[in-house]
Design a protein around this ligand. Structure first.
Ligand SMILES: *Cc1c(COP(=O)(O)O)cnc(C)c1O
Length: 424
């Protein structure tokens, strides 16, 4: 039932597929797209289909949103330099025997956190699941009603505990939980409590008549205390920065201080405030970390060599006190606003359409909700998001009140020339 003139015969799948070669897509994909175009009775749509397909693939982008840890952009940007050589992931170079894949990076994180031991899993959700399964399966876990939270992408504390085989016992009320509430739950006739789980409600803040129980108080209960600190701030004093810790970090729990206050184990993400690749860290008492490592789930949740190599580089940057220059996230945080302003004005001078304006950047990834840091960027009239996304590399910006904003705090200075080219 073709409506096309008989002379306007569709090209063969093969001819059409070969015409898509300039897209750079593999031939097999070009054949699929050519077939789809012909089946839709619209052979001429094939190049557009190839372009649309290309845009579904992962590609480096310029993050001009001002959200430094953008979840849609994979959170912390990491530089990965790696040769094709194998890595001694599980080979002990001292003895030549099989070693532990957890040893190399685990010891570095133990040192950084002030813990006896540490181990690495795929993300923090995996860390919480493994800790609960290894330490509390078939037993009770006390959680404050105010901390029985959902954190982004359907990580919900009650559901994670259910999957671990542990029984969640709610303690206190949604707005106030005191140490006495935990004590009552511990001394109930039916109590078989394996641990208290304290969860940092990372991505929202409740204000007013609220009260939680500090780790130092929980530590007096005489039961295992596990703290999911979420964002992975290593040390509240930020010794890797030149000045004092930024004010916006004030409410973020930190690994060193949480363990020093008496937590037996902490868990956190590696790709939030730590600024590393996606991973989860479990750190604390050697016995408890070893128990997690022995659980069958540890094998299912173990990280690969690529992750471990990137995480080792992150840990070494902190230990060398070079985090502020070597870790992209902290480099962005540490950039003085005056420097961002100079960059914005340099771009403005080359692009009459762009106006240099002060902006507010955000840490992102649910860390320090509501907090902003002073920044500088460029404002364009109108909504240009779609056009900016179509560039090579794509530029991701934000629109507010009919203007497009390109925030420079999340852009590498070497990418400013891409913004100039995009805007002019
Ligand atoms: C982010 C976060 C998680 C989930 O961490 P992933 O690394 O994304 O799995 C869990 N708990 C808290 C408190 C968090 O902030």
């Amino acid at each position: 039932m073709s409506t096309a003139a008989p002379t306007d015969r569709p090209p063969s799948v093969d001819t059409l597929a070969r015409s898509l070669a300039p897209s750079g897509l593999p031939h097999a994909i070009c054949v699929d797209l050519a077939r789809e175009a012909i089946a839709a009775g619209d052979a001429r749509s094939a190049p557009a289909r190839a372009e649309a397909f290309t845009r579904t693939l992962l590609t480096p982008v310029v993050n001009a949103t001002g959200v430094l840890l953008h979840t849609n952009l994979g959170r912390a940007p990491v530089e990965i330099a790696r040769s094709a050589h194998p890595v001694n992931v599980e080979l002990d170079l001292g003895t030549g025997e099989r070693g532990s894949r957890q040893h190399a990076v685990g010891q570095l994180f133990a040192r950084l956190c002030g813990a006896e031991a540490a181990m690495i899993v795929n993300n923090n959700a995996a860390a919480v699941l493994l800790v609960a399964a290894a330490l509390a399966s078939g037993r009770q876990v006390l959680v404050s009603r105010g901390e029985s939270v959902e954190i982004g992408g359907s990580f919900r504390i009650p559901e994670v505990l259910e999957q671990s085989g542990a029984t969640l016992v709610d303690v206190g009320t949604t707005n106030r939980t005191r140490v006495g509430d935990y004590r009552r739950a511990l001394t109930r006739k039916t109590a078989d409590v394996a641990m208290v789980l304290k969860v940092h409600p990372s991505n929202y803040r409740v204000e007013g008549f609220v009260e939680g129980t500090a780790v130092a108080q929980l530590a007096e209960l005489g039961v295992v205390i596990v703290a999911d600190i979420g964002s992975g701030l290593l040390d509240a004093t930020c010794p890797w920065l030149k000045g004092p810790p930024p004010a916006w970090l004030a409410d973020e729990p930190a690994a060193v201080q949480t363990l020093a206050a008496g937590a037996d184990l902490i868990t956190f993400s590696a790709d939030k405030l730590l600024g590393g690749p996606q991973a989860g860290i479990i750190a604390g008492s050697a016995d408890l970390v070893a128990a997690c490592g022995r659980h069958p789930l540890a094998r299912a949740l173990r990280p690969g060599g690529l992750t471990l190599a990137a995480l080792q580089a992150t840990a070494l940057s902190y230990l060398h006190r070079r985090a502020a220059t070597e870790i992209p996230f902290w480099r962005m945080v540490a950039t003085p606003v005056g420097e961002l302003r100079t960059r914005a004005e340099t771009i403005e001078a080359q692009c009459p359409q762009a106006t240099a304006v002060p902006t507010d950047a955000l840490p992102g990834a649910g860390s320090a909700p509501g907090a902003t840091m002073p920044s500088y960027g460029l404002r364009l009239d109108g909504d240009h998001l779609s056009r900016l996304r179509s560039l090579e590399p794509p530029i991701i910006a934000r629109v507010r009140e009919g203007h497009t904003y390109l925030d420079l705090r999340s852009v590498e200075p070497s990418d400013d020339r891409l913004l100039v080219a995009a805007v002019s």
